[in-house]
Design a protein around this ligand. Structure first.
Ligand SMILES: [Zn+2]
Length: 273
């Protein structure tokens, strides 16, 4: 089994002391590739420097809506420079977050659209974040004709899912689906996602799967737990985990063009422990 964790925040301070061990454990549990999420200029730089340490790590470069208020006229030139790095496989995460509202909505929308334009300019897909921002988020995607993107950490309802699938987006499923309090709707909704549009991610160190036993120390999530999410998804689909693993890996390769991004293919070079 060779999984791709399409979203892990390996630059987070939770991994500062044992990042190499975390990457090795991921390899040992079948997670062959990890895309390290960038959430600000600084975090994107960090994500790239982490990706450079191992041929099967990649990075995204972008500004999360929480940080939209920090953006200025230097932001897009800086992101453009970072995103030219061959190991940067997507622009993001970017989008709208009307849940925490750390940045004013007009700032969020402005810098989201700027990053959409950058993704078109560079021909790289978008790694999208949306929280409590439907339907405005979908309106912006539609108005800009975004189709080459993943709705990362999808937790929404059916109408929201349909609006993304209509645009042709990929859907990222996290350990939210393992949450018996707030994620059970996803066990049914995941069946509506076409086989060639499903992606898996941990969003580590966040969103530790609540059904994982034993629970990790300090409840820190890590890429090695991705197979737990895979098995939950496969059970919900009533399909063999191996098939779902192979499909989601193929999907990640297709969307992020991983075999063109300065690394060998999955078959040739699994993540070195
Ligand atoms: Zn996010």
């Amino acid at each position: 089994m060779q999984l791709v964790d399409i979203g892990a925040n390996l630059g987070h301070e939770a991994f500062r002391d044992d990042r190499a061990g975390v990457i090795a454990r991921a390899a040992g549990s079948g997670v062959a590739f990890i895309i390290v999420t960038g959430t600000s200029i600084r975090e994107s730089e960090e994500a790239i420097s982490i990706a450079k340490t191992n041929p099967n790590l990649y990075a995204t470069a972008g500004v999360h809506p929480h940080h939209a208020r920090e953006c200025d006229e230097r932001t897009i030139p800086q992101l453009r420079e970072l995103a030219r790095h061959p190991r940067v496989v997507a622009i993001g995460e970017c989008g709208l977050d009307f849940n925490r509202n750390y940045s004013p909505h007009p700032d969020q929308e402005k810098w989201f659209e700027e990053q959409i334009r950058l993704s078109f300019e560079l021909g790289k897909p978008l790694f999208l974040h949306s929280r409590d921002a439907h339907p405005r988020f979908a309106e912006i995607l539609k108005a800009n004709k975004v189709e080459h993107a993943v709705a990362h950490c999808f937790t929404g309802e059916k109408a929201e899912l349909s609006s993304y699938l209509d645009l042709g987006l990929y859907i990222g499923i996290t350990g939210w689906i393992c949450d018996e309090r707030r994620g059970t709707h996803l066990l049914e909704l995941v069946r509506e996602i076409p086989r060639d549009r499903l992606l898996l991610e941990t969003d580590a160190p966040y969103l530790t799967p609540r059904s994982l036993r034993p629970q990790p120390r300090a409840r820190r999530n890590e890429p090695a737990f991705l197979p737990h999410i895979l098995h939950t998804v496969a059970r919900a689909l009533g399909r063999p985990a191996g098939e779902v693993a192979a499909e989601t890996t193929q999907n990640a390769f297709r969307l992020f063009r991983l075999n063109e991004s300065g690394s060998a293919t999955a078959a040739q070079r699994p993540l070195a422990a």
